[in-house]
Design a protein around this ligand. Structure first.
Ligand code: PLP
Length: 428
């Protein structure tokens, strides 16, 4: 299609001219403009919890668009749709979370969270507390603050000076055992954190930001005890904990929020994606009351977006969340996730190039290696995802550098899970 030559595709080398022009979706299936069907094992971009083409959302959006498509949430204005969504959210989010900054997506939510943390300390009379601790192989969006928090060099390559005062620590990627100098991974990460705090000074650090499990980094699930120990260190040193639940929120890993699964209470939680299952762009930085009260006190919070609390996004979120609740999709993420994981383990564990198959609910990572003994990663093999797509019409991705990652809709059927196992295991 000629129009496509005018699109700048993210992360697509110019010599790659493959295009799949998606035109229609229903449940876990997609159709391209030539009528070919595909099984969506990535849930779009890690978000289609309730699947594609839900009429309930289409109808609600149509009604809302003809009633009030938009009005600003700046100054003394708001709108009835976003106010209707808030009680629903308060029922679902961890009970210590009470206040929200709404955004248009994940990257804006991260910016809001980082600015909230820095501004909080400014308002508390500690403006020098502005360092942000993060981790290598973390992904926190494509804006400048989040981009600097992210731990992939390629994402900042050629972009000029970065935002100062970010430090990247070791991710708890236990399979890559060489990262931990022969020590227990949790002990290593905690000691490294303590040492960084000592070097930078706790009076200079605003927050630690981390995904509960590293998504783009390869669906890396943390070892037992990692988060509670890390949280305890941060509390002791008066450093805020921001958890980036843009991928892991709203049922993806088998609990509403993954911080609940790992037993921590972040001060700020960023969300997007699953809040609307992609039916409208939306995100939020959600926080506990004392932080919210501190940043809105006096002249008010200095961060706002034109589309904060957009009525159509709020409508899509309300219907999406009621579908997730009514259809028991958070529980289903566990049952169908375990079913798919069992199939993947049975088909893949003994293959010489498969190092580890891991999952939490419906987030999956399959680590491919040159050698099972040394655990050395296989060279980048975009061809694996391409072949799974071409031969089996199943959409998966490869990341960091050769981890197959998947996050199918939570409504996936057992037959569709079997189709994923067959496609992945045959090509691998
Ligand atoms: N945070 C995480 C953990 C993500 O995985 C992403 C996107 O994949 C983002 C933030 C950025 O979200 P968005 O692409 O909606 O700006």
């Amino acid at each position: 299609m000629e129009a496509d030559t005018h699109l700048i595709h993210p992360h697509l080398p110019l010599d790659n001219t493959r295009r799949f022009i998606m035109d229609k979706g229903e449940g876990c299936l997609l159709w391209d403009t030539n009528g070919n069907d595909y099984l969506d094992a990535t849930g779009g971009l890690w978000l289609a919890q309730i699947g594609h083409g839900r009429r309930e959302i289409g109808e609600a959006l149509s009604k809302q668009a003809s009633r009030l498509e938009y009005f600003t949430s700046f100054w003394d204005f708001t709108n009835s749709s976003i106010l209707k969504l808030i009680p629903t959210l308060l029922e679902l989010v961890p009970s210590h979370i009470t206040d929200f900054v709404f955004t248009s997506g994940g990257s804006e939510s991260i910016e809001a969270a980082i600015k909230t943390a820095r501004y909080y300390w400014y308002k508390k009379g500690q403006p020098e507390k502005n360092w942000i601790l993060s981790r290598r192989n973390a992904y926190h969006g494509a804006a400048y603050g989040g981009g600097c928090a992210s731990g992939f060099e390629a994402d900042n390559f050629g972009l000029g000076p970065l935002v100062p005062h970010f430090r990247h620590l070791t991710p708890p990627h236990t399979y890559r055992s060489w990262l931990f100098d022969g020590q227990d991974p949790v002990d290593f990460c905690i000691a490294e954190l303590e040492q960084s705090i000592e070097e930078i000074g706790e009076d200079n650090i605003a927050a630690f930001i981390g995904e509960p499990l590293l998504g783009v980094g390869g669906m890396v699930t943390p070892p037992e005890g990692y988060w509670p120990k890390l949280e305890a260190v941060l509390r002791r040193h008066n450093i805020l904990l921001i958890q980036d639940e843009v991928v892991t929120g709203f049922g993806r890993t088998g609990s509403w929020f993954t911080c609940q699964r790992y037993g921590v209470q972040p001060d700020i939680i960023t969300v997007a994606k699953g809040i609307t299952s992609g039916y409208m762009p939306m995100g939020a930085a959600m926080m506990r009351k004392e932080i919210a009260d501190t940043v809105r006190e006096g002249i008010g919070f200095p961060v706002g977006y034109t589309y904060s609390g957009h009525p159509l996004a709020a409508t899509a979120a309300a219907v999406n969340l009621s579908i997730i609740k009514d259809e028991g999709l958070v529980e289903r993420a566990n049952t169908i996730g375990d079913y798919l994981a069992a199939g993947l383990h049975a088909a893949l564990d003994d293959l010489p190039v498969v190092g580890e198959v891991r999952h939490a609910g419906m987030a999956f990572g399959i680590e491919l290696v040159k050698d099972k003994q040394t655990r050395e990663p296989l060279e980048p093999q975009v061809a694996i995802a391409d072949e799974i797509l071409d031969e089996f019409h199943v959409v998966v991705r490869c990341t960091n550098p050769t981890i197959i990652v998947m996050s199918p809709p939570l409504i996936l059927s057992e037959a569709q899970a079997d189709r994923i196992v067959e496609a992945v295991s045959t090509v691998v």
